[in-house]
Design a protein around this ligand. Structure first.
Ligand SMILES: O=P(O)(O)OC[C@H]1O[C@H](OP(=O)(O)OP(=O)(O)O)[C@H](O)[C@@H]1O
Ligand SMILES: Nc1nc2[nH]cnc2c(=O)[nH]1
Length: 186
């Protein structure tokens, strides 16, 4: 698809199926934030959002975590604004030293999980004392990077379709969509 085909981009949004409304998503983020707070409030963690998809959930989650933490980001991509994954490409490594500290990785989606597995391995190799994951959505299917792979915290579970909104893109667009939508036919 040419990047400038804005009519196609608009059509995908108007044809898409709404899976979760803004109100449903916000309630689920509140619940996940309470779960994270209950087990992480005394850990002095570093919390990294994974760009670009983790931009929205990272921001939404952070202000609900009312305890001492440091927040930063790293940028890695596997899909590169397409709808199928490739090998992970690192764009920006983490800038906060987390040696000996607990790390919470925040991302929009655990789909096959290759992205999060690689980031977990990276953080462990760089000396994090523990690494856990929190995602907005866990996609349900049996193609996980390792059988039974699950995030430590997930706000929502989603069916096996290509989704966008709340940070997740369709060809780079609609990360700003105020709901979680499934692309018609995908
Ligand atoms: O579980 P996986 O199958 O590895 O897929 C999940 C990853 O895919 C998306 O990132 P993407 O590579 O599309 O980059 P983006 O964050 O810039 O959208 C998403 O943000 C996750 O990081
Ligand atoms: N936007 C988006 N990114 C993904 N990365 C892995 N799976 C998905 C998905 O369903 N939607």
């Amino acid at each position: 698809m040419p990047k400038t085909d804005i009519d196609h981009i608009k059509q995908v949004y108007s044809d898409a199926d709404l899976l979760f409304s803004e109100a449903e998503i916000e309630a689920s983020i509140n619940t996940m934030a309470a779960e994270i707070t209950a087990s992480w409030k005394d850990k002095n963690p570093v919390i990294f959002s994974i760009m670009n998809g983790g931009l929205v959930i990272g921001g939404k989650l952070l202000t609900k975590l009312d305890f001492p933490l440091e927040a930063g980001y790293m940028h890695a991509t596997r899909y590169r604004n397409t709808t199928s994954g490739h090998e992970l490409e690192w764009k920006v490594p983490p800038m906060i030293d987390f040696t000996g500290r607990p790390v919470l990785i925040v991302d929009d989606i655990l789909d096959e999980g290759h992205t999060l597995v690689e980031i977990i391995n990276y953080c462990q190799a760089k000396g994090a004392s523990e690494v856990k994951t929190a995602v907005l959505v866990d996609k349900l299917h049996d193609r996980k990077a390792t059988p039974g792979l699950k995030p430590d915290f997930a706000a929502l579970e989603v069916e096996d379709r290509y989704i966008f909104g709340y940070g997740m893109d369709y060809h780079g667009y609609w990360r700003n969509a105020p709901g979680i939508y499934a692309v018609k036919g995908l």
